[in-house]
Design a binder for this molecule. Structure first.
Ligand SMILES: Nc1ncnc2c1ncn2[C@@H]1O[C@H](COP(=O)(O)OP(=O)(O)O)[C@@H](O)[C@H]1O
Ligand SMILES: [Mg+2]
Length: 224
């Protein structure tokens, strides 16, 4: 049995739009090992977010299998998906998706609360490293884009997930802040033993990952 963190075999995803079927992923194989990090590039509409959504359980495969940590997810019920997301998954989106009525500290503590945990020393370390420790009591809506993205990263890693899915996490930042955020993200993920699947348009950001793949025509190919 394959014990990768993420293992997709013969993965096919079709979307039906009226009479048309869009074949977004075609009989694709993909593995992400523990402690590994992979960058995923591909044109807009090539299916990158769809792949992330499938791994997070927000979308399901049309054909093929997905195994997470060696467990086939095909029979998982909602509560098994919730447990996986709460305990093992961190997600960073391009649009941050922070809880805007709340403070920085409340946002970062939220995933912990889902696991019955509280703010701890790891959280202190995260906010110090990301240099957002002075902002803990600010409302997230009052922060700059770069600051919000750092909060989103701290929130995604607060519960030390085994897997981080990051969908164009530096897409809204200028190049300098983007690279700075990538550096911190990879350092902290390594400290927490978190594997990363990163979608990015930036080859410089992709360089921070151990390996790189390109998605086109529903197929993944290794790129340099
Ligand atoms: N929920 C959905 N219903 C129908 N079509 C979808 C859905 N999600 C994505 N698609 C289509 O799948 C293709 C891939 O989308 P997406 O995964 O968002 O691409 P990317 O993230 O690479 O830009 C696009 O043609 C998109 O319109
Ligand atoms: Mg996308």
């Amino acid at each position: 049995m394959d014990t990768s963190l993420v293992h997709l075999q013969g993965a096919t995803k079709n979307f039906i739009d009226g009479k048309e079927t869009h074949n977004v992923l075609k009989d694709m194989d993909f593995s992400l090992g523990k402690g590994d990090s992979i960058a995923l590039t591909g044109a807009s509409g090539s299916g990158k977010s769809t792949l992330l959504n499938i791994i997070a359980g927000f979308e399901h495969l049309t054909h093929g299998t997905l195994a997470l940590n060696g467990a086939n997810v095909s029979n998982w019920k909602d509560d098994e998906w919730s447990q996986f997301r709460h305990q093992s998954l961190g997600v960073v989106f391009q649009q941050f998706n922070l809880l805007t009525p709340f403070t920085v500290k409340q946002n970062i503590a939220f995933p912990l609360s889902l696991n019955g945990e509280r703010w701890n020393m790891w959280c202190d370390h995260l906010v110090e490293t990301l240099e957002i420790d002075a902002l803990l009591n600010r409302h997230v809506a009052s922060l700059s884009g770069g600051q919000q993205q750092r909060v989103a990263i701290a929130r995604a890693l607060a519960h030390k997930p085994s897997l981080l899915l990051a969908d164009e996490p530096t897409g809204n930042l200028d190049q300098k802040s983007g690279l700075e955020v990538m550096k911190l993200l990879t350092e902290i993920a390594a400290e927490g033993n978190t594997s990363i699947l990163l979608v990015t348009h930036s080859l410089e950001c992709a360089e921070f990952m151990h390996s790189r793949f390109h998605l086109a025509n529903g197929q993944l190919n290794a790129s340099t």
